[in-house]
Design a binder for this molecule. Sequence first.
Ligand SMILES: Cc1ncc(COP(=O)(O)O)c(C=O)c1O
Length: 405
Amino acid sequence: MVSGFPNWDPPQFLIDSIQTHLKKGNSINQSTLSNGHPFFLETLASHYSLKYNRKINPMTEICVTPGANYAINHSILSLLEEGDEVVALEPFYPEYLPETYIAGGIFKGVPLTPPPARSREDYRKIFESNEEIEFNKEQDEWKLDLKKFREALNERTRVLILNNPNNPTGKIFTVDELQEIANILLDFPRVIVVSDEVYENVYFDEKIQDIPRFANLPNMWERTINILSAGKIYSATGMRVGWALGPPYLIEPIIQINSINLGSLYSPIQLGVADAFLKSGDNYRGEKTFFDWSRKHYLKGRNRLLKSLTYGNMDFKYWTPQAGYFVLADFKNIKFDEKYYHFESEKKYSSDYAFALWLGNEKKAVGVPMSVFYSPENKHLGENLIRFACCKTEEYFKEVDSKFL
Ligand SMILES: Cc1ncc(COP(=O)(O)O)c(C=O)c1O
């Protein structure tokens, strides 16, 4: 339960189309454009023109990268000058911090605040009443303190990284929340938003047509680089295909860095993903589209992990995420052997590390200590929390049940 790796296969149509393109002779094996293969760029442009409510220019407004990580890295490198500041809401995807440092920047985290987590008894009542388990705004929503957010910004702030849906909390920022952020940014015209939307298709509310997108707010397209990932869309997280999407003046420098760092991404993979996009709108395994099927599959995993936590013997408290690959749990009530604070080490571990070591060694179940998702100043906010991946199947959770005793 450490890794955000779905333990099911990507759709067969993706594998088939990559294989088909691999066999297409010599020219397919040679380099293509640094911003991406033209056919892939056109496919992405038509798909995302619908999501961002505008006609996206495939040649100037998209850059294909080896995974979203590179798209984030190239964005930050293209924007930062020595001493510039990057703000992210925390807990955050840990790569943001070293990527800021690599670019010579200063990192600032602004904590989101959770409500008290729900108990196993609360969840038992839901499971036993046969109601659907749903995200509940009062009980599950991690909130942004706008005052703290404003205080974190200044004239040196160059980048705001927004991760929506958020890893690890699963929070989906609402249009209103995004608008409040946008209103504050009007006072800080230097700030460009890197909107990491890699979990755009892993959300659990069937009523939502699409996630709220920061770039769709009035005047925000011009200030946003959108980050997306084929690995997340197709449950093939090792595939390394991502893209940055935004206005030409922000994308052009990313293409230049791409041409130096990468050259171009291997065409058979790009064309395979392009074909997959074209097929994803068709019926898939009894659902209207592949995207629908995929969301339902992830939802099953989320609910199944909540069930394992609910009927296990450990007194975790936990929230119901709205999106993403993870469930967060509070272990404050669980007693564990103090020796794990110094496990095979002179130094004293924080309680979340000690707990994760205890869980791994004594229960043979593993999760990620939550302090890794906080900035150095705010690591204490994760000291009673652990992250478990829920992008797994029934067989996997049967094994989890046997460990949570
Ligand atoms: C929030 C977030 N952004 C970006 C990435 C990286 O995506 P990719 O695998 O496409 O590089 C991840 C991967 O876990 C992630 O969780």
